[in-house]
Design a protein around this ligand. Sequence first.
Ligand code: SF4
Ligand code: SF4
Length: 219
Amino acid sequence: MIITRQKPFSEILEHIGGAKKVFLVGCTLCATVCKTGGEAQLRDMENALQKAGKTVTGWAVLDPACNLLEIKRLYRKRSGEIDAAEVILSLACGGGTQAIVEIIGEKQVLPGNNTLFQGEITKLTLKEAQFDQKCSLCGDCILDETGGICPVTRCPKSLMNGPCGGAKDGKCEVNNDLDCVWILIYNRLKKFGRLNEMKKIRVPRDYSRNKNPQDLIIK
Ligand code: SF4
Ligand code: SF4
């Protein structure tokens, strides 16, 4: 799940600037779950923009916004509304927004959301959603050595050889809301009789494994 947070409305208005006509795009997947770009948020955005003196020529919730074919289909069916707009405001993630740019390149496409991280859903009710970051997509997973718990993401220092020695009562010295992840790793390795993994000296990460940009073909 790609976690997004809507930009402050004042910032969105600033980016729209003098443009009067706006087309809105959302996404049925992550942005809907994050309550940043689903149907309800597009309706709210339409109302807010109209109150600010803008005209919304139309809106669509793509299924999902990062699918180029879906954007092509939208443009074929709704080109009148899209062409009538001076700008497109995307309430999808950064990937979805760039997919829209790729297909509807003649229009200026503005991001209405900030894209934060890839996360897991820890709470999801009608009123509230909560997400935790557990993986930074590093491209070289070491969960086999760390009991299935990621130090790259969950240790604020991203220590590969922990713990750092600063933990107090099991809590992290950088952020005591967090359990020290290296203590969690220790306990988990102990449970499975694999404490020898703690003695291993891990070499610095090879960051070329997740250098950008990347692409992948799965057959
Ligand atoms: S080591 Fe951590 S950041 Fe890297 S892929 Fe595995 S879970 Fe993700
Ligand atoms: S206390 Fe633990 S989680 Fe916090 S920085 Fe040190 S090793 Fe990382």
